[in-house]
Ligand binder design. Structure first.
Ligand code: L3W
Ligand code: SF4
Length: 441
């Protein structure tokens, strides 16, 4: 059984409210942190080995230590709650059921970073959650955990919630900052990174909801104890949102030592695949990461079991491995069509491209058109090589990672399931979607 750090009180009735959260020991980590110096807390975060839970896995302590501190310039913490990655819904769970865990994490993080005004940027579609967060912020303020002179420390902190307008690209940190400034959410060129020039050109740390929530248990149990959970550079616990062809979709907290097989088949987690169907493939880290066929999902290229952690999932590189990403775990059974699935994703990335760079703006649309043709049974063999060529020209040639995110699923689908693409081309009369004319696409 995985250790629970973030979700240990998730099922306590009323945990959403300050009084219950406090009774369960909530804000104890904040009280402990305010007896430490910001440097001591930063050291705990570094020792914990916590890596960003939004997708990139960048070490949180290192990101915090990059924060520029020019004299007289305000600094900000911005929590990225624009959780729009298909298959990813773990931050929604945290904010909906444990809003005070996020606020306590933000308070401690703001104290370390010297952010007197911090923000939560939340995706527009999570329309009911801002009210939950704002109510929790008011409760924390009334109890003296936000506002002026918190716990007599002389430190002031306000938290504001900003709703996004429903664009996936605003989950990219610099597009998010543009949007927070009231502009169209177009990604900026990096460097400079937000840690140097972020919100209104001020030094800014942008962290995912889960990363900030994890600061609470790190302070509670110490960074060293946190680092003992998990394995290698995959320390602590990770939330996984599991969906697709599984018996028990939901949000699970794992300690990154379990195998992929255990995660899919054990009753503690996904509970296996409905109707005794076979596993075909899985996308373990949200739609942006490469799809992996069952044989490589259950073991690595070296024949070792594949584990649910950053290193094992990436074993073999992108050629055979994949990524932990945001932890959006999508399971496909033997009846699913990889071509259709890839086409749906291509449509999504084409729709969400901000259009600033040519390879992404043109390439995503081109890939979608070709995939639609193949899916309808109107493709030619040379289309597969053309698709391969287009995705290669997108990867690494764009301003932000959306280009890579659009290219990788196509590359992995062709690499691992080329036979399915060929089958569509050789058997146009059997392509199921042909008769529907793909009206919904
Ligand atoms: C200062 C340096 N800061 C890096 C910071 C940087 C950022 C973080 C990671 O994309 C990925 C993407 C999606 N000085 C720095 C520095 N930083 N070097 O570190 O940066 P980076 O560029 O590796 O990644 P990113 O731009 O944050 C995120 C993948 O995540 N993904 C996306 C999921 C989307 C969601 C969602 O909808 N919420 O989770 C899933 O896998 O493809 O590769 O903060 O500033 N020298
Ligand atoms: Fe916009 Fe795509 Fe370029 Fe990102 S890669 S900046 S989404 S056009």
């Amino acid at each position: 059984m995985s250790k629970k750090l973030l979700l240990k009180d998730a099922h306590v009735e009323g945990i959403r409210y300050f009084e219950t959260y406090r009774k369960q020991g909530g804000y104890g980590a904040a009280e402990k942190a305010f007896k430490m110096t910001p440097e001591e807390i930063l050291e705990e975060v570094k020792v914990s080995g916590l890596r960003g839970r939004g997708g990139a896995g960048f070490p949180t302590g290192m990101k915090w230590s990059f924060l520029a501190k020019p004299e007289g310039v305000p600094r900000h913490l911005v929590v990225n709650a624009d959780e729009s990655e298909p298959g990813t819904f773990k931050d929604r769970y945290l904010m909906e059921f444990l809003p005070h865990l996020l606020i306590e994490g933000m308070l401690i993080s703001s104290f370390v970073l010297g952010s007197n005004v911090s923000y939560i940027y939340i995706r527009g579609e999570y329309s009911w959650i801002p009210d939950i967060l704002e109510e929790a912020i008011e409760e924390a303020k009334a109890a003296g955990f936000l506002g002026k002179n918190i716990l007599g420390s002389g430190f002031d902190c306000e938290i504001y919630v900003q709703r996004g307008g429903g664009a996936y690209i605003c989950g990219e940190e610099t597009a998010l900052l543009e949007s927070l400034e009231g502009k169209r959410g177009n990604p900026r060129l990096k460097p400079p990174f937000p840690a140097v020039k972020g919100l209104w050109e001020r030094p800014t740390v942008v962290n995912n909801v889960e990363s900030i929530a994890a600061i609470v248990p790190i302070i509670d149990i110490t960074g060293a104890e946190y680092a003992k959970i998990g394995v290698g550079r995959s320390t602590g616990t990770k939330l996984i949102s599991a969906c697709g062809n599984i018996n028990k979709p939901g949000v699970y907290e794992i300690d990154m030592t379990i195998t992929v097989e255990e995660f899919i088949y054990s009753d503690e987690y996904c509970g296996g695949i409905p109707n005794g169907k076979k596993l075909k493939a899985c996308i373990p880290g949200g739609s942006s990461v490469p799809i992996v066929p069952a044989n490589l999902l259950l073991k690595t290229v070296n024949g070792e079991p594949r584990y649910m952690n950053y290193e094992s999932l990436a074993d073999g590189g992108f050629a055979t491995g994949t990524m932990m990403g945001s932890g959006g775990f999508i399971v496909l059974d033997e009846d699913q069509c990889v071509v259709e699935h890839t086409m749906t994703l291509a449509r999504f990335y084409n729709h969400e491209s901000c259009g600033q760079c040519t390879p992404c703006r043109e390439g995503t649309g081109w890939m979608y058109k070709i995939l639609k043709k193949i899916e309808k049974g109107e493709g030619k063999m040379e289309d597969i090589d053309l698709l391969w060529d287009i995705q290669r020209k997108i990867e690494g040639n764009t301003i932000c990672p959306l280009g890579d995110a659009a290219a990788w699923p196509v590359a992995a689908a062709i690499r691992h399931f080329r036979d399915e693409f060929e089958w569509h081309i050789k058997n146009p009369e059997l392509c199921l979607t042909q008769n529907y004319g793909l009206a919904n696409y």
